[in-house]
Design a protein around this ligand. Structure first.
Ligand code: F6R
Length: 248
């Protein structure tokens, strides 16, 4: 696992966007794994600016998102589908046929999960998976204790995750209690992983990730065994991490 240390959120966003743009330029077909939340918003803004300015094309990109809330329709202002549409997809030349986000409205959630997992395989797997990290080490909605062998599955959301996400809803009661998420194994199988972390809120997570053990009680820790994982993190997020230089 390699760390690229940057000054702040703006630099993290720019560095991650450049990383993705380089891949787009060097590959004819690209399967991108995408995340929602506060962390990647700046990255998406840079991708949009670059698309407008330089015309970097997404015509050959297929995307798979990490997760979606159960019970929210695509149009719901808080669905991850809507987030992706507003924050990225509507601004670039990606056709809606090429984007994949689990449906939290499928009445058969089990088959939704299986089909999602199969679809990723049929596309030859994910080339680059973009990740944020929860303060408890979650990746996707894989909360502490989730098996490292897990595939796309339904999860109950912990109180801490619901509280963290309540900022987007009018009240915490409105935050769904369940979601569909790619599993840890589904994420780990990506050929390349880019995890982003910015700010004080991610300090504990970075210390546990980088200085702690690989354990299912801290889901992101498995990424330390991934052959091609990079973290782009800012100074504030890395404050307190011992031996950052070992990861450079
Ligand atoms: C988002 C996701 C989550 C977030 C994590 C961090 O699709 O799967 O794991 O990456 O909760 O969220 P932010 O970026 O809002 O701090």
């Amino acid at each position: 696992m390699k760390i690229i240390e940057v000054k702040n959120y703006q630099e993290m966003s720019l560095a991650a966007a450049q990383y993705i743009i380089n891949m787009l330029k060097n590959t004819s077909k690209l399967t991108l794994g995408l995340a929602t939340g506060g962390t990647p918003q700046g990255v998406y803004q840079h991708l949009i600016e670059d698309y407008k300015k330089n015309g970097t094309s997404y015509a050959q990109v297929t995307s798979f998102n990490l997760d979606e809330y159960i019970g929210l329709s695509k149009d719901d202002p808080n669905s991850y589908y809507r987030y992706m549409y507003e924050n990225l997809f509507k601004h670039i030349n990606i056709s809606l046929q090429q984007i994949n986000i689990p449906s939290g409205m499928n009445t058969n959630l089990q088959s939704e999960c299986e089909e999602y997992e199969n679809k990723i395989h049929q596309h030859g797997g994910i080339d680059l998976q973009l990740l944020g990290i929860g303060s408890n080490g979650h990746i996707g909605f894989n909360e502490p204790g989730t098996s490292f062998q897990s595939k796309t599955h339904v999860v109950g959301l912990t109180q801490s995750t619901r509280e963290a996400n309540a900022r987007y809803f009018t009240s915490i009661e409105e935050v769904p209690t369940q979601a569909i998420t790619m599993g840890i194994q589904s994420i780990y199988k990506s050929k390349e992983i880019l995890l982003l972390a910015s700010g004080k809120a991610k300090q504990d997570a970075m210390v546990k990730l980088l200085n702690g053990d690989v354990t299912e009680s801290f889901p992101a820790s498995i990424l330390k065994q991934h052959p091609n994982a990079t973290i782009i993190a800012d100074e504030e997020a890395l404050f307190g991490v011992k031996d950052v230089s070992l990861f450079r």
